[in-house]
Write a protein that binds this ligand. Structure first.
Ligand SMILES: [Zn+2]
Length: 398
């Protein structure tokens, strides 16, 4: 059986081992070593990667009582091999995982919130908790976790026997009663855990909460530690600096400056809508003036770009009031276009729904309607233009 050396030493990355077996599994090979410092995926922490005898191992897993190292090439059983755990990946996972202990401990101690889920990947780190906390709570939690980091407490590992287990005050009840490994933030928090950790809390360096989402009846906390937290701080700093420059406002006044700009945009939008509505009457009059007839039916068509949806609707309604004939209208605004076919009183001669269906067999238009009015939508302005012209042509051809 493999000695799980990573349980007692999270820092050894280079070691010698003997290959006990090498099993072919499809195009892969499963190696078992006499001892390993490779952490096998489990408990929310991803697998270590690295090399064994110069061959890449990209996945390490528990399999029954063994630990298998997965490679793309075989190594002869009995061979003594030099192994290397990828230090960057391991130190990152150990740092994030240690930070998770600190966060879960603070949540439990200060808010009675239990950690019910833990997910760590190369890009993300989250825990799920069983209750809802406020933004102010999270500011305090961030401060408390960073205090624990500065206190530089030891991260201790214990292997209590069944009788000793009762003497520990545990945040989480262990799933088994023997061969238990406990991880303690010295004098603060103890939980059963089989992952890799840093030796002291100070090595986590820094801790940042990224965002809070609702999750079931509680919340999901996205956070980051160590280099990931530094990278996030740099990104935040660059973003804020760019806002300071663009808004010509000092840091302390950024929120008010942004609010003022958003207010101004809101006012401008209102004015724009007012202006559009005023312009609609003259636009409708112009469209009606250019009305023609098709097979003795009055016919109006108009094409617009950049008319807001509300304005287009209002224009259509005004034009409809001004004619009892056929209307073909299109508008493309903000990446989305709409074609309207209105046949009104002439729906027994021209069925708008059938005409739209016919257009849909050739053009990418989504929608439908009634014999009196049908509409089709598309994200492609060229497609809208082609369908608009085709609708007019079909009506003219009768
Ligand atoms: Zn742990």
């Amino acid at each position: 059986m493999t000695t799980k050396a990573y349980l007692d030493d999270s820092y050894t990355m280079n070691f010698s081992a003997t290959v006990l077996s090498c099993m072919e599994a499809g195009e892969q090979f499963h190696l078992i070593l006499d001892k390993t410092y490779f952490y096998p995926e489990g408990g929310g922490q991803p697998t270590d990667i690295g090399s064994i005898g110069g061959i890449d191992t990209f996945d390490v897993r528990h399999h029954q009582n063994e630990i298998i190292h997965i490679t793309n090439a075989p190594i002869k059983p009995g061979a003594k091999v030099e192994c290397q755990v990828n230090r960057t990946v391991r130190m990152d996972y150990s740092s994030q995982h240690t930070g998770q202990h600190l966060l879960s401990a603070v949540l439990d101690k200060s808010y009675g919130a239990a950690t019910v889920g833990f997910h760590l990947t190369k890009d993300n780190l989250t825990i799920d908790i069983d209750r809802t906390l406020t933004n102010e709570d999270y500011l305090n939690i961030e401060r408390s976790v960073n205090s624990l980091i500065r206190e530089n407490r030891k991260m201790l590992v214990h292997y209590p026997d069944t009788e000793d287990l009762e003497s520990y005050s545990l945040r989480k009840t262990p799933k088994v009663r023997k061969d238990i490994r406990l991880v303690e933030i010295e004098g603060y928090d103890t939980v059963p855990c089989g992952g890799t950790h840093l030796n002291r809390t100070g090595e986590v360096g820094s801790f940042k909460i990224r965002k809070i989402d609702k999750y079931k009846s509680g919340q999901r906390i996205s956070f980051c530690c160590a280099k990931r937290a530094t990278d996030l701080s740099i990104l935040e700093h660059e973003t804020v600096t760019s806002f300071i420059t663009k808004l010509s406002a000092p840091l302390e006044e950024l929120p008010q400056s942004l609010d003022a700009i958003l207010d101004r945009i809101d006012q401008m939008n209102r004015k724009l809508i007012e202006f559009e509505m005023k312009a609609i009457d003259s636009m409708a009059a112009a469209a009606l003036e250019e009305a023609t007839t098709i097979h003795d039916m009055p016919f109006v068509s108009f094409w617009f770009e950049d008319l807001s949806q509300n304005a287009f609707k209002a224009l259509l309604s005004t034009v409809t009031e001004g004619t009892d004939g056929l209307i073909v209208a299109a508008n493309f605004d903000d990446g989305s276009g709409q074609l309207i076919i209105h046949t009104g009183n002439f729906s027994s001669r021209v069925n708008a729904k059938e005409l739209m269906k016919r257009l849909q067999s050739t053009y990418d238009l989504k929608g439908g309607g009634s014999p009196q009015r049908a509409q089709g939508g598309t994200k492609d302005i060229k497609e809208l233009s082609r369908a608009f012209e085709a609708a007019k042509r079909i009506l003219a051809d009768g």
